[in-house]
Design a protein around this ligand. Structure first.
Ligand code: DC
Length: 247
């Protein structure tokens, strides 16, 4: 490793075309846990021919590494040494965006409850955030990216042309998460999922470093009663407005 967490973006995700390149913007999607940020971000990236960045997957991959390597996240030296050994990148696998940790496809394991239960304290560690934010900013250097997370519009890309804050009723979020996990063959109890969602939101909103909050210039979308297509159309229309403002 070359002394820092490295994160590579897929070449085939990179947008092309001289007309597009003049108007490429950054779309930051932040919001509460399990409210469909990544579903919206992926669909929007596809519609715009932009790259997609799943910042939560990066924090999950670090957490998985800490769990599997028994890294004590309370010991700063252990965290720093572990971060030196971590390489994260995204690849397309059967048409889906997959997260790779040190060359291994971890897309399924990073969604397991054992990771969801530890990701909040791990993602609150300033050294972890610093390493992730650096890589996320590198991913957006050429603009033309949709990234979702908790601090994308406030910390990672404060100059993003479009910032969306996504939220939904917690029961609806629990249902969606339950279905998503079941579809991946991951068994989890409804109550555990809801408790985990609420705890992760609480910790993300109350941590000292980069807390989850709405950026002053963000547009809030509550998708409790919206279909995926309806929320995509709202976001697409906002993106087109912002793109028209970029010369
Ligand atoms: O998006 P997600 O639920 O997969 O993210 C997992 C956790 O990572 C989430 O509970 C909070 C943390 N996270 C963060 O602190 N900052 C981000 N930009 C993205 C995620």
């Amino acid at each position: 490793m070359n002394g820092a967490v490295r994160c590579l973006l897929l070449q085939d995700f990179l947008p092309c075309g001289s007309m597009e390149s003049k108007k490429k913007i950054i779309v930051a999607i932040d919001g509460h846990s399990s409210c469909g940020k990544s579903t919206l971000a992926k669909a929007l990236a596809k519609a715009l021919h932009y790259a997609y960045g799943d910042s939560g997957a990066m924090y999950r991959a670090v957490t998985l590494y800490f769990l599997d390597q028994a890294v004590d996240y309370n010991v700063p030296e252990a965290v720093e040494a572990a971060l030196e050994q971590i390489e994260i990148h995204f690849e397309r696998v059967e048409g889906q965006n997959h997260t790779f940790l040190n060359g291994e496809d971890v897309e399924r394991s990073i969604r397991e409850m054992r990771v969801s239960e530890l990701v909040s304290p791990v993602s609150a560690i300033p050294a972890v955030r610093k390493a992730m934010v650096r890589q996320q900013q590198a991913m957006g250097k050429r603009r033309g990216i949709v990234m979702d997370g908790r601090d994308i519009g406030t910390v990672v890309f404060p100059d993003a042309e479009l910032k969306i804050f996504l939220t939904a009723d917690v029961d609806v979020r629990t249902s969606r998460r339950h279905l998503e996990l079941a579809a991946k063959g991951i068994d989890a109890e409804w109550d555990d999922i809801m408790q985990n969602i609420q705890e992760r939101d609480f910790i993300a909103s109350n941590r000292a470093d980069s807390p989850l909050r709405t950026a002053d210039d963000s547009v809030t979308i509550d998708n409790t009663l919206l279909s995926e297509e309806e929320q995509l159309q709202q976001a697409l229309s906002l993106a087109q407005q912002r793109m028209a403002m970029v010369v």
